[in-house]
Write a protein that binds this ligand. Sequence first.
Ligand code: IPM
Ligand code: MG
Length: 356
Amino acid sequence: MTKKIVVLPGDGIGPEIVAEAVKVLAAFQQQGLEIELEYGLIGGAAYDETGTPFPDDTRVMSASADAILLGAVGGYKWESLDISVRPEKGLLAIRSALNLFANLRPAILYPQLAEASTLKPEVVAGLDLMIVRELTGGIYFGQPRGVRTLDNGEKEGFNTLVYRESEINRIGKVAFDIAQKRQGRLCSVDKANVLESTELWRDTMTALSADYADIELSHMYVDNAAMQLVRAPKQFDVMVTTNMFGDILSDCASMLTGSIGMLPSASLDENGKGMYEPIHGSAPDIAGQNSANPLATILSVAMMLRYSLDESAMADRIEQAVSKVLDQKLRTADIYSDGMTRVSTSEMGDAVVAAL
Ligand code: IPM
Ligand code: MG
Protein backbone atom coordinates (compact mmCIF):
# COMPACT_ATOMS: atom_id res chain seq x y z
CA MET A 1 0.00 0.00 0.00
CA THR A 2 1.24 3.46 -0.86
CA LYS A 3 2.53 5.31 2.19
CA LYS A 4 1.86 8.99 2.60
CA ILE A 5 4.76 11.22 3.56
CA VAL A 6 4.03 14.78 4.53
CA VAL A 7 6.88 17.15 3.73
CA LEU A 8 7.17 20.35 5.77
CA PRO A 9 10.20 22.33 4.52
CA GLY A 10 9.74 25.24 6.94
CA ASP A 11 12.06 28.24 7.06
CA GLY A 12 15.62 29.36 6.40
CA ILE A 13 17.71 26.53 5.00
CA GLY A 14 14.77 24.15 5.54
CA PRO A 15 13.53 24.17 1.92
CA GLU A 16 17.06 23.67 0.52
CA ILE A 17 18.00 20.72 2.68
CA VAL A 18 14.58 19.10 2.37
CA ALA A 19 14.84 19.30 -1.43
CA GLU A 20 17.97 17.15 -1.26
CA ALA A 21 16.35 14.62 1.05
CA VAL A 22 13.39 14.44 -1.34
CA LYS A 23 15.83 13.58 -4.16
CA VAL A 24 16.84 10.54 -2.14
CA LEU A 25 13.21 9.53 -1.60
CA ALA A 26 12.53 10.03 -5.31
CA ALA A 27 15.45 7.75 -6.17
CA PHE A 28 13.93 4.96 -4.07
CA GLN A 29 10.51 5.69 -5.54
CA GLN A 30 11.94 4.96 -8.98
CA GLN A 31 13.19 1.69 -7.60
CA GLY A 32 9.73 0.69 -6.42
CA LEU A 33 9.23 2.31 -3.01
CA GLU A 34 5.52 3.07 -2.88
CA ILE A 35 5.17 6.53 -1.41
CA GLU A 36 3.35 9.72 -2.18
CA LEU A 37 4.49 13.12 -0.97
CA GLU A 38 2.23 15.89 0.19
CA TYR A 39 3.66 19.34 1.02
CA GLY A 40 2.51 21.51 3.90
CA LEU A 41 3.35 24.72 5.71
CA ILE A 42 4.91 25.08 9.14
CA GLY A 43 6.78 27.72 11.12
CA GLY A 44 7.37 31.21 9.82
CA ALA A 45 6.41 30.23 6.28
CA ALA A 46 3.03 29.10 7.62
CA TYR A 47 2.64 32.21 9.73
CA ASP A 48 3.24 34.47 6.73
CA GLU A 49 0.60 32.71 4.71
CA THR A 50 -2.03 31.82 7.30
CA GLY A 51 -1.28 33.82 10.45
CA THR A 52 -0.40 30.73 12.48
CA PRO A 53 2.79 28.63 12.58
CA PHE A 54 0.79 25.37 12.67
CA PRO A 55 -2.26 25.69 10.39
CA ASP A 56 -5.18 23.28 10.52
CA ASP A 57 -4.39 22.01 7.02
CA THR A 58 -0.97 20.91 8.23
CA ARG A 59 -2.47 19.33 11.31
CA VAL A 60 -4.98 17.34 9.28
CA MET A 61 -2.58 16.13 6.61
CA SER A 62 0.06 15.23 9.20
CA ALA A 63 -2.41 13.30 11.32
CA SER A 64 -3.17 10.99 8.39
CA ALA A 65 0.45 10.64 7.24
CA ASP A 66 2.58 7.55 7.71
CA ALA A 67 5.61 9.75 8.29
CA ILE A 68 6.58 13.41 8.21
CA LEU A 69 9.78 14.98 6.93
CA LEU A 70 10.53 18.39 8.40
CA GLY A 71 13.26 20.90 7.57
CA ALA A 72 13.63 23.61 10.19
CA VAL A 73 11.69 26.56 11.54
CA GLY A 74 12.47 30.08 12.68
CA GLY A 75 14.38 33.14 11.59
CA TYR A 76 15.16 36.77 12.41
CA LYS A 77 12.09 37.89 10.54
CA TRP A 78 9.73 36.40 13.12
CA GLU A 79 11.72 37.04 16.31
CA SER A 80 9.66 40.02 17.39
CA LEU A 81 6.32 38.21 17.07
CA ASP A 82 4.37 37.24 20.14
CA ILE A 83 5.73 33.94 21.47
CA SER A 84 2.36 32.24 20.85
CA VAL A 85 2.72 32.55 17.06
CA ARG A 86 6.47 32.30 16.68
CA PRO A 87 7.74 29.63 14.26
CA GLU A 88 9.13 27.49 17.11
CA LYS A 89 5.60 27.22 18.49
CA GLY A 90 4.61 25.46 15.27
CA LEU A 91 7.22 22.80 15.87
CA LEU A 92 6.23 22.32 19.49
CA ALA A 93 2.57 22.21 18.45
CA ILE A 94 2.99 19.49 15.83
CA ARG A 95 5.06 17.36 18.22
CA SER A 96 2.35 17.71 20.82
CA ALA A 97 -0.64 17.30 18.47
CA LEU A 98 0.75 14.05 17.09
CA ASN A 99 1.94 12.83 20.48
CA LEU A 100 5.51 12.44 19.27
CA PHE A 101 6.92 11.99 22.76
CA ALA A 102 10.03 9.96 21.94
CA ASN A 103 12.82 11.87 20.28
CA LEU A 104 15.76 9.77 19.15
CA ARG A 105 18.94 11.67 18.43
CA PRO A 106 21.82 9.44 17.44
CA ALA A 107 25.30 10.94 17.46
CA ILE A 108 27.55 8.84 15.29
CA LEU A 109 30.98 9.94 14.22
CA TYR A 110 31.80 9.12 10.65
CA PRO A 111 35.52 8.24 10.88
CA GLN A 112 36.17 10.48 7.87
CA LEU A 113 35.10 13.46 9.99
CA ALA A 114 37.22 12.80 13.07
CA GLU A 115 39.35 15.77 12.03
CA ALA A 116 36.31 18.05 11.71
CA SER A 117 35.40 17.64 15.38
CA THR A 118 36.71 20.30 17.72
CA LEU A 119 37.68 17.48 20.07
CA LYS A 120 40.79 15.36 19.72
CA PRO A 121 40.27 12.48 17.26
CA GLU A 122 41.07 9.88 19.94
CA VAL A 123 38.32 11.29 22.17
CA VAL A 124 35.63 10.96 19.50
CA ALA A 125 36.84 8.13 17.23
CA GLY A 126 34.26 5.38 17.13
CA LEU A 127 31.60 7.44 18.88
CA ASP A 128 28.12 5.90 18.65
CA LEU A 129 25.70 7.38 21.10
CA MET A 130 21.92 7.61 21.23
CA ILE A 131 20.17 10.40 23.10
CA VAL A 132 16.52 9.71 23.89
CA ARG A 133 14.82 13.02 24.64
CA GLU A 134 11.31 13.31 26.10
CA LEU A 135 9.62 15.63 23.62
CA THR A 136 6.07 16.52 24.59
CA GLY A 137 6.33 17.31 28.30
CA GLY A 138 8.51 19.02 30.83
CA ILE A 139 9.20 22.71 31.04
CA TYR A 140 8.57 23.38 27.33
CA PHE A 141 4.90 22.52 27.82
CA GLY A 142 4.25 22.88 31.57
CA GLN A 143 1.47 25.14 32.86
CA PRO A 144 1.26 27.75 34.26
CA ARG A 145 3.62 29.81 32.17
CA GLY A 146 3.92 33.41 31.12
CA VAL A 147 5.11 36.86 32.10
CA ARG A 148 3.17 38.67 34.81
CA THR A 149 3.47 42.05 36.46
CA LEU A 150 3.96 42.03 40.20
CA ASP A 151 2.34 44.45 42.66
CA ASN A 152 5.48 46.61 42.66
CA GLY A 153 5.26 46.90 38.88
CA GLU A 154 8.18 44.60 38.20
CA LYS A 155 7.73 41.94 35.54
CA GLU A 156 8.27 38.27 36.34
CA GLY A 157 8.64 35.44 33.84
CA PHE A 158 7.73 31.91 34.89
CA ASN A 159 7.56 28.36 33.52
CA THR A 160 6.67 25.05 35.07
CA LEU A 161 8.74 21.88 35.00
CA VAL A 162 6.31 19.04 35.48
CA TYR A 163 6.51 15.30 34.78
CA ARG A 164 4.02 12.57 35.56
CA GLU A 165 5.08 9.03 36.33
CA SER A 166 3.25 7.81 33.22
CA GLU A 167 5.22 10.21 31.00
CA ILE A 168 8.52 9.14 32.56
CA ASN A 169 7.60 5.49 32.24
CA ARG A 170 6.72 5.65 28.56
CA ILE A 171 9.92 7.45 27.56
CA GLY A 172 11.88 5.19 29.90
CA LYS A 173 10.52 2.10 28.15
CA VAL A 174 11.55 3.45 24.76
CA ALA A 175 15.06 4.07 26.07
CA PHE A 176 15.41 0.69 27.77
CA ASP A 177 14.15 -1.05 24.60
CA ILE A 178 16.72 0.80 22.51
CA ALA A 179 19.48 -0.06 24.98
CA GLN A 180 18.53 -3.73 24.57
CA LYS A 181 19.26 -3.50 20.85
CA ARG A 182 22.58 -1.76 21.51
CA GLN A 183 25.27 -2.27 24.15
CA GLY A 184 22.83 -2.58 27.04
CA ARG A 185 23.88 0.53 28.93
CA LEU A 186 21.44 3.32 29.77
CA CYS A 187 22.34 6.58 31.50
CA SER A 188 19.40 8.59 32.81
CA VAL A 189 20.18 12.28 33.09
CA ASP A 190 18.42 14.49 35.65
CA LYS A 191 18.96 17.19 38.25
CA ALA A 192 17.57 15.15 41.13
CA ASN A 193 19.73 16.99 43.65
CA VAL A 194 17.74 20.18 43.07
CA LEU A 195 14.51 19.50 41.18
CA GLU A 196 11.74 17.35 42.67
CA SER A 197 10.28 16.60 39.24
CA THR A 198 13.52 14.98 38.21
CA GLU A 199 13.89 13.22 41.54
CA LEU A 200 10.67 11.50 40.50
CA TRP A 201 12.27 10.95 37.10
CA ARG A 202 15.19 9.15 38.75
CA ASP A 203 13.01 7.04 41.04
CA THR A 204 10.75 6.06 38.14
CA MET A 205 13.67 5.02 35.95
CA THR A 206 15.08 2.97 38.82
CA ALA A 207 11.74 1.22 39.36
CA LEU A 208 11.45 0.53 35.63
CA SER A 209 14.88 -1.07 35.58
CA ALA A 210 13.43 -4.01 37.51
CA ASP A 211 11.80 -5.08 34.21
CA TYR A 212 15.12 -4.82 32.39
CA ALA A 213 17.57 -7.00 34.27
CA ASP A 214 19.83 -7.12 31.21
CA ILE A 215 20.32 -3.34 31.12
CA GLU A 216 22.90 -1.54 33.19
CA LEU A 217 21.16 1.64 34.37
CA SER A 218 23.14 4.57 35.70
CA HIS A 219 22.11 8.10 36.70
CA MET A 220 23.93 11.34 36.13
CA TYR A 221 23.24 14.97 36.95
CA VAL A 222 22.87 17.07 33.84
CA ASP A 223 25.77 19.40 34.59
CA ASN A 224 28.09 16.44 34.97
CA ALA A 225 26.61 14.83 31.84
CA ALA A 226 27.45 17.94 29.81
CA MET A 227 31.00 17.77 31.09
CA GLN A 228 31.32 14.02 30.50
CA LEU A 229 30.02 14.42 26.94
CA VAL A 230 32.99 16.56 26.01
CA ARG A 231 35.47 14.82 28.33
CA ALA A 232 34.86 11.16 27.53
CA PRO A 233 31.79 10.73 25.30
CA LYS A 234 32.45 7.10 24.50
CA GLN A 235 31.46 6.08 28.03
CA PHE A 236 27.82 6.48 26.91
CA ASP A 237 25.67 4.06 24.98
CA VAL A 238 22.10 5.37 25.42
CA MET A 239 21.14 8.50 27.38
CA VAL A 240 17.56 9.28 28.36
CA THR A 241 16.52 12.66 29.62
CA THR A 242 13.90 15.41 29.87
CA ASN A 243 12.80 17.69 27.08
CA MET A 244 15.01 20.65 27.96
CA PHE A 245 18.08 18.69 29.04
CA GLY A 246 17.82 16.62 25.85
CA ASP A 247 17.57 19.76 23.75
CA ILE A 248 20.78 21.09 25.24
CA LEU A 249 22.77 17.85 25.45
CA SER A 250 21.95 16.87 21.88
CA ASP A 251 23.38 20.11 20.51
CA CYS A 252 26.45 19.44 22.61
CA ALA A 253 26.68 15.84 21.33
CA SER A 254 26.36 16.99 17.74
CA MET A 255 29.66 18.84 17.96
CA LEU A 256 31.41 15.60 18.83
CA THR A 257 30.52 14.37 15.38
CA GLY A 258 32.14 17.28 13.60
CA SER A 259 29.09 19.35 12.80
CA ILE A 260 25.52 19.89 13.83
CA GLY A 261 24.87 19.50 10.11
CA MET A 262 25.32 15.74 10.42
CA LEU A 263 22.72 14.77 13.03
CA PRO A 264 19.29 13.35 12.15
CA SER A 265 16.43 12.74 14.51
CA ALA A 266 13.22 10.78 14.78
CA SER A 267 10.24 11.78 16.90
CA LEU A 268 7.92 8.84 17.46
CA ASP A 269 4.48 8.26 18.91
CA GLU A 270 3.37 5.11 20.69
CA ASN A 271 2.72 3.31 17.39
CA GLY A 272 5.96 4.10 15.63
CA LYS A 273 4.53 6.86 13.48
CA GLY A 274 7.16 9.50 13.23
CA MET A 275 8.40 12.88 12.23
CA TYR A 276 11.95 13.11 10.95
CA GLU A 277 14.10 16.21 11.03
CA PRO A 278 17.69 17.32 11.37
CA ILE A 279 18.51 18.45 14.90
CA HIS A 280 19.92 21.74 13.66
CA GLY A 281 17.94 24.92 13.18
CA SER A 282 16.99 27.03 10.19
CA ALA A 283 20.35 28.88 10.00
CA PRO A 284 18.88 32.10 8.55
CA ASP A 285 22.40 33.52 8.13
CA ILE A 286 23.16 31.08 5.32
CA ALA A 287 19.64 30.54 3.95
CA GLY A 288 19.28 30.70 0.19
CA GLN A 289 23.01 30.32 -0.45
CA ASN A 290 22.98 26.63 -1.41
CA SER A 291 25.76 26.09 1.13
CA ALA A 292 24.05 24.27 4.02
CA ASN A 293 24.82 20.65 4.79
CA PRO A 294 21.88 18.44 3.71
CA LEU A 295 23.30 15.27 5.27
CA ALA A 296 21.42 15.52 8.58
CA THR A 297 18.14 15.70 6.65
CA ILE A 298 19.16 12.90 4.29
CA LEU A 299 20.12 10.78 7.31
CA SER A 300 16.70 11.64 8.78
CA VAL A 301 15.17 9.98 5.71
CA ALA A 302 17.21 6.90 6.60
CA MET A 303 15.66 6.94 10.06
CA MET A 304 12.21 7.32 8.47
CA LEU A 305 12.76 4.27 6.28
CA ARG A 306 13.94 2.27 9.27
CA TYR A 307 11.40 3.30 11.93
CA SER A 308 8.21 4.18 10.03
CA LEU A 309 8.38 2.54 6.60
CA ASP A 310 9.95 -0.78 7.55
CA GLU A 311 12.61 -0.48 4.86
CA SER A 312 15.79 -0.95 6.83
CA ALA A 313 17.76 -2.13 3.80
CA MET A 314 17.12 1.23 2.13
CA ALA A 315 18.08 3.00 5.35
CA ASP A 316 21.38 1.12 5.36
CA ARG A 317 21.98 2.13 1.77
CA ILE A 318 21.57 5.82 2.61
CA GLU A 319 23.99 5.58 5.51
CA GLN A 320 26.50 3.77 3.31
CA ALA A 321 26.04 6.36 0.56
CA VAL A 322 26.77 9.16 3.03
CA SER A 323 29.91 7.36 4.11
CA LYS A 324 30.88 6.97 0.48
CA VAL A 325 30.55 10.66 -0.39
CA LEU A 326 32.68 11.45 2.66
CA ASP A 327 35.25 8.95 1.37
CA GLN A 328 35.15 10.87 -1.90
CA LYS A 329 36.29 13.86 0.19
CA LEU A 330 33.16 15.87 -0.62
CA ARG A 331 32.43 18.42 2.09
CA THR A 332 29.95 21.23 2.62
CA ALA A 333 31.35 24.35 4.30
CA ASP A 334 30.56 23.24 7.86
CA ILE A 335 32.68 20.08 7.60
CA TYR A 336 35.29 21.38 5.18
CA SER A 337 38.97 21.02 5.98
CA ASP A 338 42.18 21.30 3.94
CA GLY A 339 42.56 18.84 1.11
CA MET A 340 38.81 18.25 0.75
CA THR A 341 36.53 19.23 -2.11
CA ARG A 342 34.03 21.86 -1.16
CA VAL A 343 30.52 21.26 -2.50
CA SER A 344 27.18 23.02 -2.35
CA THR A 345 23.97 21.75 -0.78
CA SER A 346 22.63 20.45 -4.09
CA GLU A 347 25.94 18.95 -5.17
CA MET A 348 26.06 17.04 -1.90
CA GLY A 349 22.51 15.76 -2.43
CA ASP A 350 23.31 14.69 -5.98
CA ALA A 351 26.46 12.92 -4.81
CA VAL A 352 24.49 10.93 -2.23
CA VAL A 353 21.90 9.92 -4.84
CA ALA A 354 24.70 8.85 -7.18
CA ALA A 355 26.29 6.82 -4.37
CA LEU A 356 23.05 4.96 -3.58
C1 IPM B 1 15.28 21.27 18.56
C2 IPM B 1 15.07 22.75 18.46
C3 IPM B 1 13.66 23.08 18.92
C4 IPM B 1 13.50 22.59 20.34
C5 IPM B 1 13.25 24.55 18.80
C6 IPM B 1 13.46 25.08 17.41
C7 IPM B 1 11.86 24.79 19.26
O1 IPM B 1 16.03 23.42 19.21
O2 IPM B 1 14.58 20.52 17.86
O3 IPM B 1 16.16 20.84 19.31
O4 IPM B 1 13.80 23.33 21.28
O5 IPM B 1 13.09 21.46 20.53
MG1 MG C 1 17.54 22.16 20.00
